[in-house]
Design a protein around this ligand. Structure first.
Ligand code: ADP
Ligand code: MG
Length: 528
C-alpha cells in the first residue's frame, strides 16, 4: 500500500482488522469444519441429541435439530455465520435437512482444504465445485421418483422418515396419519399445481399423562365456557365471530358481580338491560349457538346467552379468532347487528375439554384450516414432539407441492459421488481434481450415518460404493442392522426439495467462502 511518492496511502480505517489471503481462507475452512462436526453427531435416526443451556437462564433445549442447535450457540465468526445462514435457509425453504446442509458445507470445505494442500488454486476449486454442483443437480433429477398428492401411503412413509429417531416412536403411526391428513385437508389444487399454506395447520400442545397426536377438522381455543349454565357439548355448531366488546362500556366498573340470578340483573338500569338483551337477542335470531368474542362480554349478556343455551368465550386472541373463522367457514364481524347467514361459521361439534381447559370445535366440512393437538408428559417431550410434527408436516408439504421424492439412507449421496467421479474424468486437468474432491465430499453423509450408528465407516462406505458401482442405485445403509440394503424397499424416502436445497446452498456457500482471500473486520464504534 504505497503511493508513487512513497507515502503510505491509508485505505483502511484504524478500526479495521485485516485477515489476509490464505489465512482468511484457512480460518473459514476451520469455521465450517467446526460447525459441520458440531451437528454431525445428530445426523440420522440414530444420531444423538444435544442439550443446549443458556447461561444465566433456566432455558434448556434438548434437540437434534441442526437449525435449532446453531441458532442457540450464537456463533461469532463471520464465515461461520454464513454457514448458520445455510441452516436457516434450509429450514425456511424445506423444513428439514438442516443438519445435512451444514454437514455438507463442512465436508466441501474439508475437501477444499485437501485440494489447497495439494497445490490446487482456490479459483480452480471454485470452478470445479460449480461444475460439480450443476452436474449433481442434474443427476438428482434423474434419481427423483414422481408421486401424486393422492398417494397417502407414500406421503405417510415420507412423514415417517422425517420423524424416525425423534422421541415420538411410541405414537409414530398415529403421528404419520395426523400429518398426512392435515396436509391433505388444507392442500389446494388448481390445474396441475398443488399448494399448501403451512399457516393453515395450527399445532397446539398440552402437557398430559400420555403422549398423543390428534388431527381436528376445526380449532382448539385455550378457553372454556363463561358461565356454568352454558352447555358443554353442542351438535351442529353455528358460530359467530365478534371483534368488538359485547358490553356498554360505562357500566363495566359497576358490573363486576357475577350474575347468576335474574334479581342480580337489577344492578343494571332498565335501559342498559334492554340494550344488552338486544345484543344477545341478535345471536338467537340468527340461530347462533356459539359466540366467540375478541373482547369482553358483559355479565348480563353472558347471562342472556346462557339462558338461550348459547356457548360463549370472551377475550379470544385475534389470531385464534381469525383461525376459527377460517376453519368454520365464517367471517369476523364487528357487532351482533352485522350478523347474516354468510358470516356464520359451521362445525359438526363443540366440546368443552375440561381436563386441558380448551374448547374444541370439530367436524368442519372441507375446512380451510385444521388443528393438530399434541400431548406429552413433559415440556421437553412436548417441544420435541412439536418440532417432529412440524418437520413432518413440512416434508409432506414439500412432496405434495413438488410431486417428487428421493431415496434416503445415504443412497443419493453415494450415487452422486460415483457419478460425479465419472463426470470429473471427462473434464481432465486440475479441475478434475476439484470435481473429484467435490464428489468425495458427498460421502460424508453415509459415513456419518454409519458412524452415528456404531458401524465401521470405512467398511460401510466401501460396501456402498460397490453396490452402486454394480447398478444398485438405491443401496443405502440400514442404520439399525448395519446392512447395505435397497432403501426404496425399506421405505426410507425424502422430499426431492430437501436434498436439492441442501446441495445447492451448501455448494454455493462453500464456493463463496473459497473465493474469499481477504477478510476485513470492521469493529463497531463501541469496540474501538
Ligand atoms: P437433517 O437435519 O439433515 O434432516 P436428520 O437427523 O433428520 O438430519 O437425518 C437425515 C438423514 O438420515 C438423511 O440422510 C436420511 O436419508 C437418513 N435417514 C433417515 N431415516 C433413515 C433410516 N431409517 N435409515 C437410514 N437412514 C435414514
Ligand atoms: Mg431430518
Amino acid at each position: 500500500m504505497s503511493s508513487r511518492s512513497g507515502q503510505p496511502v491509508v485505505i483502511l480505517r484504524d478500526n479495521v482488522e485485516r485477515v489476509p489471503g490464505q489465512e482468511a481462507l484457512r480460518s473459514n475452512i476451520m469455521a465450517a469444519k467446526v460447525l459441520g462436526n458440531t451437528v454431525r453427531t445428530t445426523l440420522g435416526p440414530r444420531g444423538m441429541d444435544k442439550m443446549l443451556v443458556t447461561q444465566g437462564s433456566d432455558d434448556i433445549v434438548i434437540t437434534n435439530d441442526g437449525a435449532t442447535i446453531l441458532h442457540q450457540i450464537h456463533v461469532q465468526h463471520p464465515g461461520a455465520k454464513l454457514v448458520v445462514e445455510v441452516a436457516e435457509t434450509q429450514d425456511d425453504e424445506c423444513g428439514d435437512g438442516t443438519t445435512t446442509a451444514v454437514v455438507m458445507v463442512g465436508s466441501f470445505m474439508e475437501q477444499a482444504e485437501n485440494l489447497i494442500d495439494a497445490g490446487v488454486h482456490p479459483s480452480v476449486i471454485a470452478k470445479g465445485y460449480n461444475l460439480g454442483m450443476m452436474k449433481a443437480l442434474e443427476i438428482l433429477d434423474t434419481l427423483a421418483i414422481e408421486v401424486t398428492p393422492k398417494d397417502t401411503a407414500m406421503l405417510k412413509q415420507i412423514a415417517k422418515t422425517a420423524m424416525t429417531g425423534k422421541s415420538i416412536e411410541m405414537i409414530m403411526d398415529k403421528a404419520c396419519d395426523v400429518v398426512v391428513e392435515a396436509v391433505s385437508n388444507v392442500a389446494v389444487t388448481s390445474g396441475k399445481k398443488t399448494t399448501v399454506n403451512e399457516d393453515d395447520i395450527l399445532v397446539k400442545t398440552k402437557r398430559s399423562e400420555t403422549m398423543d397426536a390428534e388431527m381436528i377438522k376445526g380449532v382448539l381455543i385455550d378457553k372454556t365456557r363463561l358461565d356454568a349454565l352454558m352447555p358443554k357439548k353442542i351438535k351442529g355448531v353455528k358460530a359467530a365471530f365478534i371483534a368488538n366488546p359485547l358490553e356498554i362500556t360505562k357500566t363495566q366498573t359497576k358490573s363486576k358481580i357475577k350474575i347468576t340470578s335474574h334479581e342480580q340483573l337489577e344492578a343494571f338500569s332498565v335501559a342498559e338491560r334492554e340494550t344488552l338483551r338486544a345484543m344477545a337477542e341478535k345471536f338467537v335470531e340468527n340461530g347462533v349457538n356459539v359466540v366467540l368474542c375478541q373482547k369482553g362480554i358483559a355479565d348480563p349478556v353472558q347471562y342472556y346467552l346462557a339462558e338461550n343455551g348459547i356457548y360463549a368465550l370472551e377475550f379470544v386472541p385475534e389470531k385464534d379468532l381469525k383461525y376459527a373463522a377460517k376453519a368454520l367457514g365464517g367471517q369476523i364481524v364487528n357487532k351482533p347487528e352485522d350478523l347474516s347467514p354468510d358470516v356464520i361459521g359451521t362445525a359438526g361439534n363443540l366440546e368443552m375439554l375440561e381436563d386441558i381447559e380448551m374448547t374444541k370445535l370439530s367436524g368442519c366440512k372441507n375446512p380451510q384450516a385444521v388443528t393438530i393437538l399434541l400431548r406429552g408428559s413433559s415440556q421437553h417431550l412436548v417441544d420435541e414432539l412439536e418440532r417432529a410434527i412440524e418437520d413432518a408436516t413440512r416434508v409432506v408439504q414439500d412432496v405434495v407441492e413438488d410431486g417428487a421424492y428421493l431415496i434416503g439412507g445415504g443412497s443419493v449421496e453415494t450415487e452422486l459421488a460415483l457419478r460425479l467421479r465419472e463426470y470429473a474424468a471427462t473434464e481432465g486437468g486440475r479441475v478434475q481434481l476439484a470435481i473429484e474432491g467435490y464428489a468425495k465430499a458427498f460421502e460424508i453423509i453415509p459415513k456419518t450415518l454409519a458412524e452415528n450408528s456404531g458401524f465401521d465407516t470405512v467398511d460401510k462406505v466401501i460396501d456402498l460404493r460397490q453396490a452402486h458401482a454394480t447398478g444398485e442405485k438405491y443401496a443405502g445403509l440400514n442404520v439399525f442392522t448395519g446392512k447395505v440394503v435397497d432403501m426404496k424397499s425399506e421405505g426410507v424416502v425424502e422430499p426431492k426439495r430437501v436434498k436439492r436445497q441442501a446441495i445447492q446452498s451448501a455448494s454455493e456457500t462453500a464456493m463463496l467462502l473459497i473465493r474469499v482471500d481477504d477478510m476485513m473486520i470492521s469493529k463497531g464504534a463501541d469496540q474501538m
